[in-house]
Write a protein that binds this ligand. Structure first.
Ligand code: KPL
Length: 308
């Protein structure tokens, strides 16, 4: 289903000058963000391994994106968790001294690795989103109208708050700005830790997980995630989180999860940044998480040899 896109034509209402945006890759969420930015009057460029113009249809409109031209002052990095470090390392020599970088991916564990790579005036952000997008041939479909939470992760980001949140509001809004992204990341991690591996292993739509035969397993996985989150200092309420998971199962019932799609297309999955992160944190706190460990093991086995 196509959804209306409502971002107003760009009027930069922030006190800071609008930034010139680049988007890394040509994944569905990145192209959705690029399309919405372009329709709002920004002129986003694409940062690709092999720079070339990209033509797509978005909401019956033909759009063209040109390769991003360094130096880059603002970059959205909507790449898979395992590709973040390499993407950022490749970008580093091409960034302005006060560039703003926005990470957006499933899973946890990358922020800590990226922060020390940046210069003192370079800002790091995280954006977590529930928008859904699908790339079909030359078209981008906005399949799930969602929202996003955006947070600055260092001091250099705070100085550019107005300009970054204005652009992200157009790209993947509505955006709620928060000072602390961690509780939102844990919530999303809990959702992904249940839905992604189960749909990949059972090769099913998200909606299938509402069936009674999955409930015991869902409960066991989630109990472990809540224990680890609590040990890490982020209390996840079991019942509330379970309700959220079921709300996502309902609202995305007809969709396939990203991990199910990765397995079907024989691509590497984000299992290491999702259940793998839980297993690694559990080890730090000497907690047993057998259900998450088993999912990690099974998915690693399944994806063996894909795209390493
Ligand atoms: O984020 C997702 C994903 O597939 O990666 C969910 C929320 C599970 C929706 O499919």
């Amino acid at each position: 289903m196509l959804l209306p896109d409502t971002c107003p034509v760009a009027s930069n209402t922030s006190a800071q000058p609008a930034l010139s945006w680049s988007i890394v890759g040509h994944g569905a969420i990145g192209l959705l963000a690029a399309s919405r930015l372009q329709l709002a009057g920004y002129k986003p460029g694409l940062w690709l391994r092999q720079p070339a113009p990209v033509n797509i249809q978005f909401q019956q409109q033909p759009l063209q994106f040109l390769p991003a031209v360094p130096p880059l002052s603002a970059v959205l990095v909507p790449v898979k968790s395992y590709a973040v470090l390499e993407a950022v390392t490749t970008l580093l020599p091409h960034l302005t001294s006060d560039a703003q970088l926005v990470l957006s991916h499933n899973g946890m564990g990358n922020i800590e690795q990226v922060l020390p790579l940046l210069a003192p005036q370079q800002g790091l952000w995280f954006l977590t989103t529930t928008h859904g997008a699908l790339k079909q041939a030359q078209s981008i479909l906005h399949t799930g109208l969602g929202q996003s939470v955006l947070a600055p992760l260092n001091r250099a980001a705070q100085a550019h708050s107005g300009a970054v949140s204005a652009a992200m509001d157009c790209a993947l809004g509505p955006v709620a700005l928060t000072e602390d992204i961690q509780p939102f990341l844990w919530q999303k991690l809990a959702i992904n830790a249940v839905i992604n591996p189960l749909t990949a292993l059972h090769n099913c739509h998200n909606g299938e997980l509402a069936q009674p035969q999955y409930q015991q397993h869902i409960s066991a996985i989630l109990h472990e995630v809540c224990q680890v989150a609590a040990a890490a200092g982020y209390a996840l309420h079991y019942e509330v989180t379970l309700e959220r998971i079921h709300a996502v199962i309902q609202s995305t019932a007809a969709n396939f999860s990203s991990m199910q799609q990765d397995i079907v297309h024989q691509r590497r999955t984000e299992i290491e940044a999702i259940n793998g992160y839980i297993v690694a944190q559990a080890a730090r706190f000497k907690l047993a998480v057998p259900h998450n460990a088993q999912l990690l093991h099974l998915l690693l086995q399944l994806q063996q040899g894909y795209g390493r």
